[in-house]
Design a protein around this ligand. Structure first.
Ligand code: NAD
Length: 252
C-alpha cells in the first residue's frame, strides 16, 4: 500500500535538484507539507512553486547545510509556519567526478568543504531537528549515503562512510526520543546532473558489468526506498543503510 503522509511536515535538504526535488514532490503528493532547503535559494523556491502549482504544500528556503546557525534559523521559521517537523531528509551533498579523488589530489580547502557539507551537514540538520521532533513525540531522519562508502578509495567515499556511521550513531543517540534514523546508499542513478557528467557508455558499463540488475538506476528507485523508510511501514527499522544500487557492490 502506498504510504500516506497527511499532516506530516518534512524538511528536505538539497531539494533544489535531483533526489531532493523528487523526494519533495513525492512526499507532497502523498499529503506532507514540505520544506525545501537548498544553498541555491532560487532553485528551492522554483521546485516549491511547482509543487504548490499542483496543489501541494511547499516552501523553499535558502540554506547552506554546513552552516549550523543558518540551519537553526531556517528551522525556527519552518516550525513557526508549520508547527513542527516529523521527517528530515539529509540529502544535500557534494559529489560526482569533482570529489571522486583522493584527499591529496583534492587539496585541503576542497576536502574541508566536502567534510563540512557531507558530514557536518548531516550533523547540523539532525541535531537541530531532534528537539523539534521530540516535542511532537518522535520522528524520522533519513540520510543519503552512497555505494562509494563500500570502497573508500576517494574523499567522497570516506564522507559517505561517515554518513553510514552517523546513521548508526544517531539511531542510538535519538532512540529515547522515538526518532528512527536510517540511510539510503544509492548506486549510480541517472539524475540530470549525473547524466550530464558521464557518457552513456559509463551507464552501460555499470548496468551490464558491475550491477546484478542489468538496467540503469532511476530517481524513482530511490524515491520508492525513501517512501518506505520515511513511513510507518518501516516502523521496526532503524540504524539501517539500504543500498539501492542494482546489487553493486554485493558486499557487507
Ligand atoms: N546521483 C547519484 O547517482 C548519487 C549516488 C549516490 C549518492 N548520491 C547522493 O545523493 C545526494 C543528492 O544527489 P543528487 O544526485 O540529487 O545531487 P544534485 O547535484 O542533482 O543536487 C544536489 C542539490 O544539493 C544542493 N546543495 C549542494 N550543496 C549544498 C549545501 N551546502 N547546502 C544545501 N544544499 C546544497 C545543490 O544546490 C543541489 O540543488 C547527495 O548527497 C549525493 O552524494 C547521489
Amino acid at each position: 500500500m502506498t504510504p500516506n503522509f497527511d499532516g506530516k511536515v518534512a524538511v528536505i535538504t538539497g531539494a533544489g535538484a535531483g533526489f531532493g526535488a523528487a523526494f519533495a514532490r513525492a512526499l507532497a503528493q502523498r499529503g506532507a507539507a514540505v520544506a525545501l532547503l537548498d544553498i541555491d535559494s532560487a532553485a528551492a523556491e522554483h521546485e516549491a512553486r511547482a509543487i504548490r502549482d499542483r496543489g501541494g504544500l511547499a516552501t523553499g528556503y535558502g540554506c547552506d547545510v554546513a552552516d549550523d546557525a543558518a540551519f537553526d534559523d531556517v528551522l525556527a521559521r519552518i516550525v513557526a509556519e508549520r508547527g513542527g517537523v516529523d521527517i528530515l531528509i539529509n540529502n544535500a551533498g557534494l559529489h560526482s567526478a569533482e570529489f571522486n579523488k583522493g584527499f591529496a589530489e583534492l587539496g585541503s580547502a576542497a576536502s574541508r568543504r566536502l567534510i563540512d557539507v557531507n558530514i557536518m551537514g548531516v550533523v547540523n540538520g539532525s541535531v537541530a531537528c531532534r528537539p523539534v521532533m521530540a516535542a511532537r513525540g518522535g520522528g524520522v531522519i533519513l540520510n543519503i549515503s552512497s555505494i562509494a562508502a563500500w570502497s573508500c578509495t576517494t574523499a567522497y567515499g570516506v564522507s559517505k562512510l561517515a554518513v553510514r556511521g552517523l546513521t548508526l550513531s544517531f539511531a542510538h543517540e535519538f532512540a529515547g526520543d522515538n526518532i528512527r534514523v536510517n540511510a539510503i546508499a544509492p548506486g549510480l542513478i541517472a539524475t540530470d546532473k549525473i547524466r550530464g557528467d558521464f557518457p552513456p557508455a559509463f551507464f552501460d558499463h555499470f548496468a551490464n558489468t558491475l550491477q546484478s540488475v542489468h538496467r540503469t538506476g532511476e530517481v524513482d528507485d530511490v524515491v520508492s526506498a525513501m517512501l518506505y523508510l520515511c513511513s510507518d511501514q518501516s516502523s521496526f527499522v532503524t540504524g539501517e543503510t539500504l543500498k539501492v544500487s542494482g546489487g553493486y557492490p554485493l558486499a557487507l
